[in-house]
Ligand binder design. Structure first.
Ligand code: DX5
Ligand code: ZN
Length: 236
C-alpha cells in the first residue's frame, strides 16, 4: 500500500461515482491520476436512503490496488459490524457520530488495529457531538451534503463549520486530518482549504467527469495554488 502524509493536501476520489460494472477500470484510472486515497462509501439503506456495497467488495478493491482505502461507513449498526471492516485493514475507517452507540469503543477498536480512525458529522449535527472524542481521532470528516447520494450541491454553511472545527483543533492542540465529503468541486475546495480542511472527497467532480484524470489534476492544481497563496499571506 502507498503511504499517505496526513499533514498534506489529500484527494480521495469516491467510487460511488464510478460505473459499478467497471470498478476495476475506475480504480486503474485513479492510479494513473496519482490519487492519494480511494473513498469507499458503504450505505445500508437504513442510516441513509441508498445501498451500495459492503465488506466483500471492499476486500476485492484492496487486493486490486495499492491506493490506500478511505472507508466511510454510512450504516446504522456500526457497533455490531465494525469488525468486518477492521478485518480488511484499510488505511482509514470513518464512522458517523450519529450512528455509534459507543463511539469511544468503536474508535478505540479501529485504532487498536493500527487503522486511522475518523469520526463523521452530518450537516445537521453539532461539532459539540465530538467534544469528548476529538483528541482520540486521526480524522474528522464533515459532510458537505446529507449523505446518501453523489452529485448533490454543497451546503455553504459547512465552510464556517470547518473554520470552527479548525479552531476547536487549535484549542485542543491537535492536528487531525480534516476531510470534507459531498458536493466538492474545483470552486469550493480552495475555500475549504483556507477554512482548515486538508482532505477532499470528490465523487461527481472526478469519477463523474468526462475525463477523470484531467478532473483530478485540475482539482489538485487548484488546491496547490490556493495552498501557495495561503502560505504567502501567512508570511506577509
Ligand atoms: C455521499 C457520499 C460521498 C459521495 C460524494 O453520501 O458519502 O462520498 O460519493 O459524492 P459527490 O462528490 O458527488 O458529492
Ligand atoms: Zn463518503
Amino acid at each position: 500500500m502507498k503511504s499517505i502524509d496526513p499533514s498534506q493536501i489529500l484527494i480521495a476520489p469516491s467510487l460511488l461515482s464510478a460505473d459499478f460494472t467497471r470498478l476495476g477500470e475506475a480504480i486503474e484510472l485513479m492510479e494513473k491520476a496519482g490519487a492519494d486515497l480511494l473513498h469507499c462509501d458503504v450505505m445500508d439503506g437504513h442510516f441513509v436512503p441508498n445501498l451500495t456495497f459492503g465488506p466483500p467488495v471492499i476486500a476485492a478493491i484492496k487486493k486490486h490496488t495499492d491506493i490506500p482505502l478511505d472507508v466511510h461507513l454510512m450504516i446504522s449498526n456500526t457497533d455490531d459490524t465494525i469488525g468486518w471492516y477492521i478485518a480488511i485493514e484499510p488505511r482509514i475507517i470513518s464512522v458517523h457520530a450519529e450512528s455509534c452507540i459507543h463511539l469511544h469503543r468503536v474508535i478505540q477498536q479501529i485504532k487498536d488495529a493500527g487503522i486511522l480512525a475518523g469520526v463523521v458529522l452530518n450537516p445537521g449535527s453539532s461539532l459539540h457531538m465530538i467534544d469528548d472524542i476529538i483528541e482520540m481521532v486521526d480524522l474528522v470528516m464533515l459532510m458537505g451534503v446529507n449523505p446518501g447520494f453523489g452529485g448533490q450541491s454543497f451546503i455553504e454553511s459547512v465552510v464556517d463549520k470547518c473554520i470552527h472545527l479548525d479552531e476547536m483543533c487549535q484549542t485542543h492542540k491537535i492536528r487531525p486530518i480534516i476531510e470534507v465529503d459531498g458536493g466538492i468541486n474545483a470552486a469550493n475546495a480552495p475555500r475549504l482549504l483556507a477554512a482548515g480542511a486538508n482532505c477532499f472527497v470528490a465523487g461527481n467532480a472526478v469519477l463523474g467527469a468526462v475525463d477523470p484524470i484531467n478532473a483530478y489534476q485540475e482539482l489538485r492544481d487548484g488546491l496547490e495554488a490556493a495552498h501557495q497563496e495561503i502560505s504567502e499571506k501567512r508570511n506577509e
